[in-house]
Design a protein. Structure first.
Length: 70
């Protein structure tokens, strides 16, 4: 993998903390066995998905407030 890909995997894995991390790692292992992706790549994808969802949940009230003020 390239340096950029390695960094993306690191960010995705870093997003897996707490119970979400335990669940993500438990899911990543069987998925990696059945696909061409490594366990690290699957964990990173799950981490990115969770990070994107958290960002959406955080940003949505602000966007709604801005739309209502116009």
């Amino acid at each position: 993998m390239t340096k950029t890909a390695d960094r993306m995997v690191d960010v995705g894995e870093a997003a897996l903390t707490g119970w979400r991390g335990a669940a993500g790692r438990a899911i990543a292992k069987p998925v990696a066995k059945r696909t061409r992706f490594t366990q690290q790549q699957v964990e990173a994808a799950i981490g990115f998905a969770l990070l994107a969802y958290a960002t959406y949940r955080l940003a949505r009230p602000f966007i709604d407030a801005i739309r209502r003020s116009d």
